[in-house]
Design a protein around this ligand. Structure first.
Ligand code: ATP
Length: 499
């Protein structure tokens, strides 16, 4: 902003002086000369910026501040024992551990683990991100790598420590496979420099450096980085399971006053697929809801509302037309009825309060975290997904674009079934399966599930009408009230269908 204003003022002054008839040639030459000098010293200037950015001293984060991730913690601790007790390692001739790579989805606590690792070894900690090394000036990235390691050593000396931990987040940005970037020479030089620095780490160094890095895409990294002697340990940091989610929720609500009705275990059950970062945000949003409502303590309803907020985004201010809301209520009720039918007690909320991109949505509650999906489970998920459009068709005799995302997801699941050998094609070779065959198998799965849902909803038109009317009036129904409606008019009971 300041730069733009300065350029504007300079230009105005320039034109004014020309209009006054003043010879500006010497001034112009001086300007060009200064610009050239500035460009040549560009690397230095950039480095100055960079110096301000690299070192982030770890606040006192310990492994106790990282919820779950027991495996990752154990592996890291085991790896760090060599650093903590380096004399023993030296006596046995063990070469120092040079690098630990933390690989896993975003927000799962990789940075936290790196900070905790630094604190565990009593090391100084400097953190940076891969993107900090990307510059269009040749050689700048490599120089920044050198600078990073130098700074880590200096910091450790200043803090009177023997170890320094260097953490590079998003290492895939600078450590991608060589020769593949468009401006690849610069990238390659930067990576080469990192390899050189890693090779230079030795047990006899005054300050021992441990490089830790994090990535969501370990598959993109150059093999040279991953070979033994560079990143010796690759540790998977996964999305938390239910127990870990509970631990993370406890950690992030520890500093917040909780009302007696708060059941964190229930929240942990409802948040399958959430990362640690999602859960941190959930706790924070719940506190904001409490503040907005003038409550002194966080209540369960604040936490439940925060799940929706984190999953679907902020409520929209604009109110859709009545016609759209009626259609959304029918659509969501269709999803909800089939969800309860295929898996009783699975709906936790159904709502037509628009949030983010969605006019309405149902939130399902997984019974247990499951990572392997059976054919039946996938088919049932497809049934739930297509039920919205079928409900619309039944009561309104037309479909809408509101179902597009449902269909994309249903097709994705059907495709997953085909590749897992669950379709009429049997076991298939994923890479050589012709598109037309894949299309035929996917369509057949979708048609079959559509037929089942149509039959199921046909027998429940009354429930569909009553519940969607209630949802339209109330805007939101809890799983319990939905089940009451269904059971009061449902014959036969949902369980009878499954038997
Ligand atoms: P990215 O890959 O996007 O860089 P990351 O895996 O490094 O993410 P962090 O930066 O460590 O994730 O986590 C972000 C925030 O989420 C943390 O500051 C913390 O508040 C919360 N968080 C994530 N995982 C955990 C966890 N296991 N325990 C407690 N808090 C967590």
């Amino acid at each position: 902003m300041i730069k733009e204003i300065a350029i504007g003022v300079a230009l105005a002054a320039f034109i004014f002086l020309i209009l006054q008839g003043i010879n500006l040639l010497p001034l112009l030459l001086l300007g060009v000369l200064s610009y050239l000098l500035y460009s040549l010293s560009g690397m230095k200037v950039l480095n100055k910026d960079f110096q301000g950015q690299i070192p982030t001293r770890a606040q006192k984060i310990t492994f106790a501040d990282v919820g779950g991730q027991e495996n990752a913690k154990m592996e890291i601790k085991e790896a760090l024992e060599f650093i903590k007790d380096s004399s023993r390692a030296q006596k046995l001739g063990i070469r120092p551990l040079k690098g630990i790579l933390l690989a896993g989805p975003p927000g799962t606590g990789k940075t936290l683990l790196a900070k905790a690792a630094a604190a565990y070894t009593g090391a100084s900690f400097v953190a940076t991100a891969g993107s900090e090394f990307v510059e269009m000036y040749a050689g700048v990235g490599a120089q920044r790598v050198r600078e990073l390691f130098k700074r880590a050593r200096e910091l450790a000396q200043r803090e009177n420590r023997k170890n320094a931990a260097v953490f590079i987040d998003e290492i895939d940005v600078l450590g991608g496979k060589r020769g593949q970037h468009s401006g690849h020479l610069e990238y390659d030089q930067t990576l080469n420099q990192l390899l050189v620095e890693m090779d230079g780490i030795s047990t006899t160094d005054e300050v021992r450096i441990l490089l830790m890095a994090a990535t969501n895409r370990a598959d993109l990294l150059d093999p040279a980085l991953l070979r033994p002697g560079r990143f010796d340990r690759i540790i998977r940091v996964e999305l938390p399971d239910k127990g870990a989610r509970l631990q993370i929720l406890k950690l992030h609500t520890d500093n917040k006053p909780l009302a007696a009705d708060v059941d964190l275990e229930d929240i942990a059950r409802q948040t399958f697929g959430f990362s640690g970062a999602h859960l941190e945000s959930l706790a924070n949003e719940a506190a904001i809801f409490a503040l907005r409502g003038g409550d002194k303590k966080l209540q369960q309803r604040h936490l439940v509302e925060a799940i929706d907020k984190v999953m679907m985004g902020e409520k929209l201010d604009r109110r859709p037309s009545e016609e759209d809301l009626r259609r959304a209520a029918i659509h969501e009720t269709g999803h909800a009825i089939i969800s309860e039918l295929v898996r009783p007690n699975s709906v936790s909320t159904v709502t037509i309060v628009p949030r983010g991109e969605a006019l309405g949505y149902i939130r399902q509650m997984p019974e247990t975290d499951s990572y392997l999906l059976t054919k039946q489970h996938l088919e049932e998920q497809i049934q739930v997904l297509v039920a919205g459009a079928i409900a619309e068709e039944m009561l309104l005799h037309s479909r809408s674009t509101g179902a597009s995302n449902d269909f994309s997801e249903a097709a994705r699941l059907a495709q997953q079934m085909v590749f897992a050998g669950m379709s009429y094609l049997g076991i298939v070779a994923r890479d050589s399966l012709p598109q037309s065959l894949l299309h035929r198998a996917v369509t057949r799965i979708l048609r079959e599930q559509e037929k089942i849902v149509t039959e199921d909803l046909k027998g429940r038109i009354d429930i569909l009408t009553t519940v969607s009317g209630e949802l339209f009036r109330e805007e939101k129904l809890s799983g319990e009230s939905l089940r009451q409606f269904i059971h009061s008019g449902d014959k036969p009971s949902p369980k009878a269908r499954l038997a």
